[in-house]
Structure formats: C-alpha cells, structure tokens
Design a binder for this molecule. Structure first.
Ligand SMILES: [Zn+2]
Length: 431
C-alpha cells in the first residue's frame, strides 16, 4: 500500500518457474508420499471419467498414460520432453509423456502435515487439470490463464468432495475447508509478479477466486477461461521503492492512512446505502486486554476489535493484534481489520444485522466495496494498493475470520463475499 505516487518507474520482479512451489524451511525426515496422493489422483480420474465427455463433445476420457511418479533427491523424476528434470520441491504435469510427478520427500509430506490431505488433493487435481488441457486445450492462452483454469478444475473436483461424492476423501468440515484455503496462500506467486510473466500462476486472491468458481459453477465454467474473460488482479510493483519495501507502509502510517481513507469512503458512499449522512466514526486504540467499556460490543477478531453500537465508536487492540497483523501479514491486513470495523458500523447504524452469518457476509462485502474504491479511483495521490495487498486481506480473513465455533460463516465464504465487494463494488452488497 502506498499513499503517494513515486517518480521512478523501474520494476523489480521475482519470477517463478511453471508450477513451482515455494521452498519450505523445515525439511521433514525423507519419506515417500503417503497413499494420499495416489488415492487423490485416482479419485480425480474418477471425477474426469464422469465430467470429461460433457466438455469434449461426447469423447470418452483417456486417463493419464505416463503414470504417477513420486520423486526424491536420490530418486529424481523421469525425463520430460527429453530433458532430465532436477529435484525440486514441486509437483508437475509433463505434457510430452503425459505423466504427473511430485516431490514425495519434502513438499507433499509438508503440505499434508501442515494443511491436511485435502490440500494435497487440490494440488493433484490442479496438475490433472493440465492433463485435461493437453486433451481439450486451450493451447493459445497465457500461462496465468492456464494456471487459473487448472485451479478452477481443482475446485470442480473439490465440489465433489464437499458434496460427499468422493471415494478418497470424506466430506470436509468447515475447518478443514478453511485450512485447505489457507494452504493455497503458500502456493501463490511472489507479490509483484506481473500476470503476463511466463510461469505466473496468479496471486492468492485470483487463485482462490478460480478455485471457488470451480466449486460453485463446475468444470464447464472453467473450460471457458480465456485471457479476455478472466478478472486478473495480479500486477507488478509500480516503483522501485515499492518493490524494496514490498509495498508496506510503517505501522502507524498505515493505521492513520487507512482510517482516514475509510472515513472519507463512507462519507461519500453511506448516503447511497441509506440516504443518511455518515457521522465521523471515532476509532479508539486500546492496549491488549484492556478494551474500553462497551455494553454489547459487535466483535471482530475474537474481541480484539469491535464496533460499539451504544457508544457509536470502533476500537481495536493496537499493541498486539494490530502490530501482529502488520508484521506477520502486511499493512493491508490492518486495512482488512479497519474495513471490517467501518463496515460493521455502517451496518449497525442502518439497523442491519451483523452478528449472524448473512450479516457477517454483508460486512465482508462492504469492506470489499471500500477496497474496490481504492483500486478503481483515479486519484494517485491518495491511498493506493500495492501488489500483495489483496492477498494480505485474504490472509487476514483467514487469520481472524475462520470457522471455529460452527456458527459463523467459514473463511471460505467470507473471502468469496469480500471478493464480490472488491470486484463489483457497493452494488454487490445490497442484496
Ligand atoms: Zn500449474
């Protein structure tokens, strides 16, 4: 996030190879992949046996011919297209030999240990999606389109799991679904990757969008993905300075700039929602564990942030929660928190619900509508988003908005609702 346009146009970009995954810091003891990968791949194959004919004018599905290949450092993957592949913590589809290979030493065991088997299933369903592309195309699209189509296909398979139709995976709980989405954040591009770069997969915001579209609308929708109909928010850093700081403002500056911007956004747009004027919303800082008195706080982030309807003010913990969001995720995680509080105030002030599922989802959409305004405004001297900011918002939702007690919406649904606000603006939140 930045508050001012800078003069220098140089761009520093970190690119990643196709289907690359970040290297993982802890090396677990070498081990072969568990049965999870193979049973996931077989289940994905079952799924495509059912779905493929519809996408391919009645053609029968041909499963992968080149086999499944777990590899390790000492037992590398088979050559692909005549080239010996070196060991890397990765998973990939080889179009020439029609096989799928994966790092059974580090990547897959770590993903499974940290995020559960469903994420391993999603990674394999993504690779299988490339095998589907090898069968029915398209073959003239930029990498980022093909990668998001593979994510969408993975989502179409995940819908089967969620519906209880998978033979390999039991129906996922809300917590497991959120954990799976959290794992996808690991697999995003480095912030600042231009969407048109070779090997770009998309930021987490775009990748989760594609996955969710597959879940909601199925493989037929994924098959339509083309460069001219795919919303892609991934952008490169616009200045050298932005690239050097990763686009993050210092904590205090970020809080001030964000609060000010949210205030002016709601001054401009609240009348569209209700016909009433927006009254300045006081935002109180408090020390961790010592919130200001409030009879019935409308809480977010487990109570570390809230809107107080009787006192008509917002408050958040600026000694623990705020700095943690900023240092662990980034400045726009603080933006997500403030966006949530202002949206909560807007809802409460107009007498709408915030404390049930639908109310929370409207709050997330309204928070997204502010992000939409920041993204689409012409005025470059005011607050502007940096690459990575939308992913920070998604990370923040996963950090403080997860399904925990079974009553609230899942982070999966909250991210979807936030995204409608981001992509479509305020009109998306009126329903
Ligand atoms: Zn891929």
């Amino acid at each position: 996030m930045s508050v001012k346009a800078w003069l220098f146009g140089a761009v520093v970009v970190v690119m990643m190879a196709a289907c690359a995954f970040p290297s993982l810091e802890d090396d677990p003891a070498p081990q072969r992949a568990s049965g999870t990968v193979t049973s996931a791949l077989k289940d994905v194959e079952r799924f495509w046996g059912e779905q493929f004919p519809e996408l391919a004018d009645g053609q029968a599905f041909q499963p992968i011919k080149g086999g499944y290949h777990p590899y390790t450092e000492s037992d590398p993957p088979p050559p692909c297209g005549g080239q010996q592949a070196d060991y890397s913590p990765n998973a990939f589809y080889c179009p020439d030999q029609d096989f799928i290979a994966w790092d059974a030493q580090t990547l897959i065991p770590s993903l499974e240990a940290d995020y559960g088997p469903a994420l391993v299933g999603v990674v394999m369903a993504h690779e299988y999606g490339h095998a589907i592309q090898a069968r029915i195309g398209p073959d003239d699209q930029p990498t980022v389109v093909l990668e998001q189509q593979a994510d969408c296909y993975a989502g179409a398979w995940l819908a089967d799991v969620l519906a209880g139709r998978s033979k390999a995976f039991k129906k996922l709980s809300a917590e497991q679904l959120d954990t799976t989405v959290a794992g996808l954040l690991l697999l995003r591009d480095q912030p600042g990757t231009p969407a048109e770069a070779d090997g770009a997969h998309g930021n987490a915001f775009d990748r989760i969008r594609a996955l969710q579209e597959g879940v909601e609308d199925g493989a037929g929708q994924c098959a339509k993905y083309r460069a001219n109909n795919l919303p892609v928010t991934e952008v490169p850093f616009s200045t050298r300075r932005e690239a050097e700081t990763g686009g993050d403002l210092p904590y205090d500056d970020a809080v001030q700039a964000l609060a000010q911007d949210a205030q002016s956004y709601w001054q401009r747009t609240y009348p569209q929602l209700t016909g009433d004027q927006w009254q300045q919303l006081p935002v109180q800082a408090f020390e961790a564990g010592s919130p200001p008195a409030c009879e019935r706080p409308d809480a977010s982030a487990g109570g570390a942030a809230f809107y107080c309807p009787d006192g008509d003010f917002a408050a958040f913990d600026t000694t623990d929660l705020g700095p943690q969001l900023h240092s662990r995720i980034g400045d726009y995680a603080v933006g997500m928190l403030l966006g949530d509080l202002f949206a909560r105030a807007a809802q409460d002030r107009r007498g709408a619900e915030t404390r049930d599922k639908a109310g929370q989802l409207t709050v997330d959409c309204l928070a997204g509508s502010w992000t939409n305004d920041v993204l689409t405004r012409q005025d470059q001297d005011s607050l502007r988003l940096s690459p990575g900011d939308l992913d920070e918002a998604v990370s923040a939702l996963l950090a403080f908005g997860r399904a925990s007690d079974g009553n609230g919406p899942t982070a999966f649904d909250r991210i979807a609702s936030y995204r409608s606000g981001v992509l479509e603006g305020l009109p998306a939140c009126r329903a």
